[in-house]
Design a protein around this ligand. Structure first.
Ligand SMILES: Nc1ncnc2c1ncn2[C@@H]1O[C@H](COP(=O)(O)OP(=O)(O)OP(=O)(O)O)[C@@H](O)[C@H]1O
Ligand SMILES: [Mg+2]
Length: 344
């Protein structure tokens, strides 16, 4: 069952040379983990916020974003409230920014239940303790009485995950949920999210700039560049056989999650800013396979190629020829991000 579906979503701001998002198509089903990866500024967070019906002020929005069937583009206030309170929840990078520092953890969790859902204090408290436990926080009753500064970043992210679950959403949007955490805490948080997905049949959209992390936890991956999806594939395929030169470039420039650190090869040049535009493929100026007179003429559409979809004029002739500099293991799940240590 499809929980989240973007159809040809474009978001354009006045005074920019190109749209922030340009024809995004993306879907997340119940029980599925979908990763959205790309460099800083590619439009990942704008895409995630669109799933809550949040668009930049002044933006012109075209296309559709359906959450559980409700289209959020042009939706009325009641539909937006229904989606934001009951259907979808967002987890951000920095848990400290999401929590009021002068209120106790328990108040942060119980207030929405009491004020929005009208629950009694005792019922809300019991539910908050249960959710903290589900998010893997040991001794949840004690932490209910603590202030945010008394908890570590990893513990606070568990509080934020518990808060996101209060309304029992089917869809969890995670915008760089582990970027602010150390590697072992990152693995624990990912394990908690994976377990919640399995137990509750959640659909998970995981936003990350780290393609290795995406490969380790997602079922499918979308790769974004300058506001467009340039490749999407099941994770093992994308990892073993990148079909877009940008995907290969991301793999070559990312340190592996585990194992020896091979030489990293940065992608030359810089991503296209919002004040730049080009008639051709936005990645062409940085692409070692770009063909003058072809790749710089028109933007390539996203088309099926084997098990993937790729937006590259040369996708058919390059199929199988794009090699990453250091061959990657076909096994996409290093031990450090296996579902483990869920009790911590
Ligand atoms: N409210 C806004 N008003 C104007 N421009 C915006 C707004 N939100 C985002 N942008 C611009 O849209 C582009 C995409 O931003 P976005 O935050 O989605 O990138 P990102 O892929 O999440 O990057 P990062 O990895 O750094 O978080 C950027 O150029 C950003 O400056
Ligand atoms: Mg972002």
């Amino acid at each position: 069952m499809t929980l989240l579906a973007y159809e040809d979503l474009s978001v354009t701001l006045p005074h920019t040379a190109r749209p922030i998002l340009d024809g995004i198509g993306l879907s997340v089903s119940a029980g599925e983990t979908v990763a959205l990866v790309g460099e800083s500024g590619s439009g990942k967070s704008v895409t995630a916020r669109a799933a809550l019906g949040l668009f930049p002020a002044d933006a012109e929005v075209c296309g559709r974003v359906r959450v559980d069937g409700t289209d959020l583009v042009g939706a009325d206030a009641a539909s937006l409230r229904e989606v934001r309170t009951n259907k979808a929840a967002m987890i951000y990078q920095d848990p400290r920014a999401a929590i009021n520092p002068v209120r106790r953890v328990g108040d942060f969790l119980t207030e929405p239940l009491r004020l929005v859902h009208g629950w009694s204090k005792d019922r809300a408290n019991a539910r908050a303790v249960e959710l903290l436990g589900a998010a893997g926080l040991p001794d949840p009753a004690r932490h209910m009485r603590q202030y945010p500064h008394e908890l570590s970043g990893g513990m606070l992210q568990r509080v934020v995950i518990a808060a996101a679950l209060t309304a029992e959403p089917r869809l969890l949007l995670c915008d760089e949920p582990t970027t602010a955490l150390d590697v072992s805490t990152q693995a624990e948080i990912l394990a908690v999210l994976g377990r919640l997905r399995r137990e509750r049949g959640l659909g998970l959209l995981l936003i990350t700039h780290d393609i290795e992390l995406a490969a380790a936890v997602a079922d499918r991956v979308y790769v974004m560049y300058a506001g467009r999806i340039v490749e999407t594939a099941p994770v093992a395929e994308l990892f073993a056989t990148p079909r877009h030169p940008y995907t290969a470039g991301l793999l070559d420039s990312s340190p592996p999650l585990e194992g020896p650190l091979d030489r990293l090869t940065p992608i030359p040049g810089a991503p296209m800013g919002l004040r730049e535009s080009a008639p051709g493929c936005a990645f062409a100026p940085r692409c070692r396979f770009a063909e003058p007179g072809r790749c710089d003429r028109s933007a390539p559409p996203l088309l099926p190629h084997g098990p993937a979809e790729v937006a590259c004029h040369r996708a058919a002739e390059l199929d199988g020829r794009i090699r990453t500099a250091s061959p990657r293991t076909a096994s996409p799940r290093p031990a450090s991000v296996q579902p483990m240590k869920e009790g911590n």
